[in-house]
Design a protein around this ligand. Sequence first.
Ligand code: C2O
Ligand code: CU
Ligand code: CU
Length: 478
Amino acid sequence: QLFTDYFYNQEDYDTQDGGYVPLVAPDVPQQKLNIPEILAPDKETDTDIYYTVVSRTGEVQLMPGRKTKTWGYNAPLLGKTIIFKRGKHIHITLKNELPELTTYHWHGSVIPGVADGGCHTPVYPGETKHIDFDIDQPAATLWMHAHPCPSTAEQVWHGLATAVVVKDEEEAKLPLPRNYGVDDIPLILQDRRFHEDNQWDYQSDYDPDGVMGPTAMINGTINPYFDVTTQKVRFRILDGANRREWRLHFSDDLKFTQIAGDGSLLPHPVDFTKLLIGCAERMEIVVDFGKYKPGDEVVLYSDDTPIVHFRIHEFAKDDSQIPETLTDTLPDPEVTPDAPIRKIVMSGMDESVEINGKKFDMSRIDTKTKLNNVEYWDVTNSNDMEGGMLHPYHMHGCVFKVISRNGKAPYPNELGLKDTVEVQPGETVRLKVWFPCVGVFMYHCHIIEHEDGGMMLQYEVPDPKHPDELPQPLMDHH
Ligand code: C2O
Ligand code: CU
Ligand code: CU
């Protein structure tokens, strides 16, 4: 089956919002797509990997003329791609060379709250901290971004976001492209507005429903082209934008195959000509350029705006087939008997956004659960204002399975593990969530200005050895 239309209703797209900023093709020469380098470990043994992640300021030649002032991880903008290997113990040294406090949130990593990098664990300017955790989750594309509330959105806008790739042995055996930089390419989709002298100005672009800019920035490149030198290319697409949904399609309505979602491979590949990705979601796709010849150009669009140009070069014929079953080992635990069904209602717009009638308070625990509980969480977008919008609902410290949408089957490309799910106005999405980690974790809308605006709560998983104690401090009194 080939899906030739987006799964969501057009009335709910971000285009319906009064503050919507349409993408405009930039009037600058094409530049080679930046492929973030892979971050070299400080040390690696059979059991452990050590990394150092430095957040810093920088400057990048994004447009002709003045360089743009940016922030990044181990790089002037965005960062280097960080590799986690399943089964290893990861040690990370976190250094903050920025002029303000930040945090390092491992979005999609199922790790304890002390390492998760939410607002409770700031790293102050000039400070260095160490975290370590086990990685025991399937191969996937995750990401890391700043998360100091309430300035997550502004710090991400400055550039604090980078790709994280989890590798495992199961995925390594599949006939899929995985030659990083050649046929396995991250595509971090973001948008920016350039002001005078090519600078960004978050404050003047501020919109409580999410900041947007008219210029697409892909991996920190404006108007990028990519040289295609293999018949098949895997793209690890991350919507790293503060607000924008991307409605992706190729020239010639070229078919492509989604193989993975947020937290794992999909059980079965799904073919598309059009695919919407929402804030913070990841979708891995494989594109077969077999019908093109050297000199051809294929274009990736969002709506009608070209965002990446693919220049076709000579390539060897590739007859490999994507397997019908990509994984049959995804966890699907039974719901814990007597577990409550949690009700999560996202409401409002602009400054009035809330969850369950509350705004975020980092000193308040909103939900308490138990280690390894398996629960249904019914997440509703109540759309009680006129003009609906999609809210991308995200949870830290866990992965979930999408069980149903208003009682109907989930979409075929959300049958793997997820951590972020788009919820339409008037819709209740039932999730099956399990909690393998101790800590205090946030759950929120991933339109980052909604999150900063308080559309966020937190849950606690106490340490069973000390069930009455908070598993971590809620406030860091520096
Ligand atoms: Cu991308 Cu609270 O997360
Ligand atoms: Cu997260
Ligand atoms: Cu929202």
